[in-house]
Design a protein around this ligand. Sequence first.
Ligand code: GLV
Ligand code: MN
Ligand code: MN
Length: 412
Amino acid sequence: MRLAIDQQRLAAEIESLAIFSDAEAPAVTRVVFTPTERMARAWVKDRCVECGLIMRDDAVGNTFARWVGSDPEAAAIGTGSHIDAILNAGKYDGVVGVLGGLEAIRSLQRAGFRPKRSIELLIFASEEPTRFGIGCLGSRLLSGTLAADAARKLTDSNGATLADVLRSAGLAGSLESAKLPGGYYKAFVELHIEQGPILDRERKPLGIVERIAAPASLRLTIEGSGGHAGGVLMPDRRDALCAAAELILATEHLARTSGAIDTVATVGMCDIFPGAVNSVPSRVRLSVDIRDTDLQRRDGVMESLQRACEAVTAKRQVSVRSELLNADAPADSASSVIAALSEGCEKHGFQFLPMTSRAYHDSLFMSRIAPMAMLFIPCRNGYSHRPDEYASPEDIARGTLVLAEALATLAG
Ligand code: GLV
Ligand code: MN
Ligand code: MN
C-alpha cells in the first residue's frame, strides 16, 4: 500500500481552523465550550462526516469519529488530540493531532485500505486547564481517572459549574456515562508538536515519545491585611502580594535546585484582590504548575513548597491555603505502539529520536486504558503556547504519514 498525504489540504485546514479564535491573528484563543470552540468543533465534525466517519459526542463533550472496520466488534484503534487553545496561543497545539489524524484516515481511504479494527478519531474536550483549572477533563473522564462527581463540581471563573456549562452546550447525558468500557481501545496514538526545542535543534524530523512527564498543579491563596496605600505604615503591613512574591521565587528556586534539568515549575496566574493602585493587596491567588519526569522528585518539590508556605506564613503574618488540583503520575508508552510508529518511520527512511514529553497530553490518561504512544514533530524554536508557534507543512505531513502507517499496522 502506498500512502499519500495531501499536504496542501491539511495545511489549508489548519489555517481554516485557526480562524475560529477569540484573539486577533496570528494568536489563537479558543476556550472550551465557548461559542468559538463550539463552532470550530462543528467545522471539524463536518470534515469528518465528509469522509464517512460515524459521529458521536459523549456527556463531557469528547467527540468520537469512527471509521468502522470489517470487524466492528473488535477493540478499536484510537487517535486524535484537542482543538481547545489557551489564551494567546498558536495554531498547531492539539490541532495537528486532530486534523493530521483525519488526514491520516483519508490517506488510508484513498489508498483503498480496509481496516479490520475500527479506527476512531477523538477530539477531546478541554485538554487545556484554562476554563476549569484542570487539564484533560475529557480524557480523565473517559479513562475513569476523574470521578464524575468531582468533575460536576468544577467551576469556571464565573462560578458556573461544569454541569451547568455542559447543559448550556446541549450535552445532557450523565457524566458517569463518559467512562469507556474496559478494552474499548486496542491502542491509542497521538500526533503532536513537540512544544520543546530538541527536534528543531537537532534537525530531526520526528520523535517517538517513550514517556510523558508527571504534572501537578496547586492553587495557593494568600490572605493578609489590606488597607489604604498611604495610611497603613510599613511596620504594620501584612501585604498578601509581597508574601506571594516570596512564594513565586521559592517555586522557581526549588525547581532550579532539584538537581535535574527535568524539574520545571511555573507560576502562571496571579489574581490580586482588590487590585487597586492605592490599596494594599489583602488576598492573592497563585497557580503553581510543577512537573518532572521523576515522580519522587516532583513530589519532593511539592513538599518543599509546602514548607516554604509555612515559613512565609510565620515571617509575614499571613495565611496560606494550598489546594491540590491534580498530581498525576508519569506514563510509559507501550512497546507495541512504539514499534508501529518506528516501523512507519523506517519504511519511509525517516530518522527519529526517542523522546520524553515534558508537556502533558490526553495520551497521559489514555495510557491508563490502552497501550499508548505519541509521535512528535518539530516546532520552530520549540515555541508553543504563544502566537508564533509554527510547524512546517512538510513536517506535519511527514508526521501524518507515519501516523497513517501506524494506524494501518495497528488496525490490521
Ligand atoms: C498542555 O497543554 C500542557 O500544559 O502540558
Ligand atoms: Mn497546550
Ligand atoms: Mn496539546
